[in-house]
Design a protein around this ligand. Structure first.
Ligand code: NAP
Length: 288
């Protein structure tokens, strides 16, 4: 099975590339012409069509997004261009070669009201910020591909790329205090689990919309304290703060916990709880 990963240098994308085995071929893209991947900006329609047509993959995993959530509020044209139009370009090109498109959306498509959680795939969306609006536009665009799977993960973490966990570990290692919101709850998602899920989805030809989050729901603050515990850092360095005090530009959900059982039931492996994932990551971090 031939995979093409759009955004192969990113957190999910690099994990998908690593997860592929001898049974697969994998190619990937980057906007950086100096990288080893195929150069691609998915907002360029002709180039997207040309590349996907030339590579003719069985599966296109589109991880590429503009997901700086606060920046999306004031860079709206760019957010729409990448997350909406760019996804549409990929979906059209994937459909042209009859490829299976796997697209990543977000838990932020929901309002995030605690009384509504855990959200199921059948629940109404109400995108909480502009980033989420454009990711929802991307969901609609992904459906252009006859064979498509839309995944909604939350707070993705792992190694291989900058993300919340690698940032927090860097700060804790330097002995710096970090202030983390204690009233934003979700189910963080370990990137290698998403990568393995992509392989299962492709091999079993699983299509449709699936929530794809980790098995445990917690606040960002609780998540970070667990991280500090596993790595033996002083948990007092992690300071709680409310969302209101923190003052992020884009609104965030109070609780965007998703029910991912529909996906779990079809996968070969369960998703990993944070403490176990942190322990799995430790040997790789210490060998860096
Ligand atoms: N990270 C999270 O916590 C989170 C949570 C929920 C949902 N998601 C969604 O999950 C997906 C994967 O997230 P991630 O954390 O792996 O993202 P990421 O680390 O930022 O990786 C995405 C990669 O896409 C590439 N890219 C960006 N704009 C592009 C464009 N216009 N054309 C082509 N490539 C482009 C970038 O690589 P180059 O610079 O090399 O081109 C980037 O490294 C995204 O769709 C995101 O919206 C993420």
């Amino acid at each position: 099975m031939d995979f093409l990963v759009i955004g192969g240098t990113g957190l999910v994308g690099s994990n998908v590339v690593t997860a592929t085995t001898d049974e697969h071929t994998v190619q990937w893209t980057s906007r950086n012409s100096k990288s080893e991947g195929h150069e691609l900006d998915k907002t360029e329609r002709d180039r997207t069509t040309e590349l996907i047509s030339k590579l003719n993959p069985d599966v296109v995993v589109d991880t590429a997004a503009f997901h700086a959530v606060d920046d999306c509020e004031h860079s709206r044209a760019k957010a729409y261009d990448v997350n909406g139009t760019g996804t549409r370009n990929v979906a059209i090109a994937a459909d042209d070669v009859d490829a299976h498109l796997i697209y990543f959306s977000t838990d932020y498509v929901f309002a995030g009201l605690p009384e509504e959680t855990p959200y199921k795939e059948s629940d109404y969306v109400a995108p909480i910020n502009y980033y989420a609006e454009t990711k929802y536009v991307g969901e609609q665009a992904a459906k252009i591909a006859a064979k498509h799977t839309i995944l909604r993960p939350s707070v993705i973490y792992g190694l291989s790329s900058d993300n919340f966990v690698t940032w927090a570990l860097g700060e804790l290692d330097a002995g710096n205090e970090i202030t983390i919101v204690n009233d934003q709850i979700s189910a963080p998602t370990y990137a290698p689990d998403l990568a393995q899920a992509c392989l299962d989805i492709a091999e079993q030809e699983i299509t449709g919309l699936y929530h794809a989050t980790g098995p445990e729901s917690c606040s960002r603050y609780e998540f970070t304290v667990r991280l500090a515990e596993v790595y033996d850092y002083d948990t007092d360095l992690v300071k709680p703060i409310t969302t209101e005090e923190f003052g992020q530009e884009a609104p965030r959900p109070s609780d965007s916990t998703l029910d991912s059982t529909a996906l779990y039931e079809q996968l070969t492996e369960e998703f990993t709880p944070p403490k176990q994932a942190f322990s799995e990551m430790a040997p790789q971090i210490s060998s860096d």
